[in-house]
Design a protein around this ligand. Structure first.
Ligand code: COA
Length: 318
């Protein structure tokens, strides 16, 4: 049997920090409200001229260094992003050139906040089928550029960043299973309505019915925990770490409760960078691997929910 194993991880947050105190000066909000309702203390913003590919490159280089892999050994490059560098070429192709890699498939994947788990599943399938030996999977976002800075219900939530994972072929797991879902019936609850496809590029700002998204996310993520455990014949006790999408501490706590996991077993980075969309899981994963919390052989449940709605979980042995 062939499996995809995590060889190395990397993360990158832009230097500029936007604090809750600064947001108090911009909209009618308070540090106390933001912390209590979301768990967010600050977020990072890409500097003017700093791009999605810049963020992706930093995270990718750190993941390659951690994996001790030369970029020339990559045979698949995937970038999960909602905020690509430009319409085309894909951010993955631009990143491929920055890494001086030539010839292997490279493409972007757009599943908003679920983008990283979607991309991990695709890369896993390339590796399991023998179509790739080494894959670079990046989640990179300059999502702050889709934020309406006068809308207090959304502008406090989001930030920029990138995270990356290098996968390699192994005869032991590895990624154990992936469970992806989507339902476009809920598109209008969380969207950026603008686009060149509909001739309304000027409507490029996040619109969200936060309360409804919240409730749907909690229920759906609870269900996907059951689905993942059942598919693998596991119980809650078999999960060592929850590595969730970092949107709101209360959503994370609800999923942890579903798993009967104490919060010490949950990787939480939402306070430091808010919702970085597809970058949030690999950023959290990278932090917990680098600080030594996540150890080889431990079982991780990664899960995400976002616009689409699109959601999913990946179970992996590190
Ligand atoms: N500062 C202060 N008050 C705010 C505020 C802010 N930044 N944003 C909203 N409020 C107000 C609302 O206007 C509302 O006031 P009202 O009662 O006078 O109408 C009140 O706070 C409660 O709003 P509500 O939307 O019910 O709050 P909430 O507890 O649901 O928290 C979110 C709002 C957005 C934090 C929460 O709904 C959420 O996290 N939703 C999911 C978002 C998400 O994860 N999206 C991405 C998925 S990937």
């Amino acid at each position: 049997m062939r499996f995809a194993r995590i060889l190395g991880t990397g993360g990158y947050l832009p230097a500029r920090v936007l604090t809750n105190a600064e947001l108090e000066q911009m909209v009618d909000t308070s540090d106390a409200w933001i912390r209590e309702r979301t768990g967010i203390e600050k977020r990072h913003l890409a500097a003017e001229g700093e791009t999605c590919c810049d963020l992706a490159e930093q995270a990718a280089r750190r993941a390659l260094a951690a994996a001790d892999l030369d970029p020339s050994e990559l045979d698949l490059i995937l970038v999960a992003t909602t905020t690509p560098e430009q319409f085309f070429p894909s951010t993955a192709c631009l990143l491929q050139q920055r890494l001086d890699v030539h010839g292997c498939p490279a493409f972007d994947l757009q599943a908003v906040c679920a983008g990283f788990v979607y991309a991990l599943d695709v890369a896993d399938k390339y590796i399991r089928t023998g179509a790739a030996r080494h894959a670079l999977v990046v989640g990179a976002e300059t999502i702050s550029r889709l934020v309406d800075w006068s809308d207090r219900t959304t502008c406090v939530l989001f930030g920029d960043g990138a995270g990356a994972v290098v996968l390699g072929t192994s005869d032991t797991p590895g990624i154990l299973s992936a469970h992806l879902h989507a339902d476009g019936a809920y598109a209008s609850l969380l969207q950026v309505p603008g686009g060149h496809g509909n001739g309304q590029p000027q409507r490029a700002f996040i619109e969200m019915r936060g309360n409804e998204v919240f409730r749907f996310a909690v229920t759906t993520l609870g269900r996907i925990v059951d689905e993942t455990l059942e598919a693998n014949g596991l119980t809650k006790d078999d999960i060592d770490w929850l590595v969730p999408h970092q949107a709101n501490i209360r959503i994370i706590q609800a999923t942890a409760r579903k798993l009967d996991l104490p919060m010490e077993r949950v990787i939480v980075t939402v306070a430091e960078h808010g919702n970085t969309s597809s970058a949030s899981i690999p950023l959290a994963l990278d932090q917990a691997i680098r600080d030594g919390r996540i150890q080889r052989g431990e079982t991780l449940l990664m899960e995400a929910f976002g616009g689409g709605f699109a959601w999913g979980a990946v179970l992996a042995r590190y």
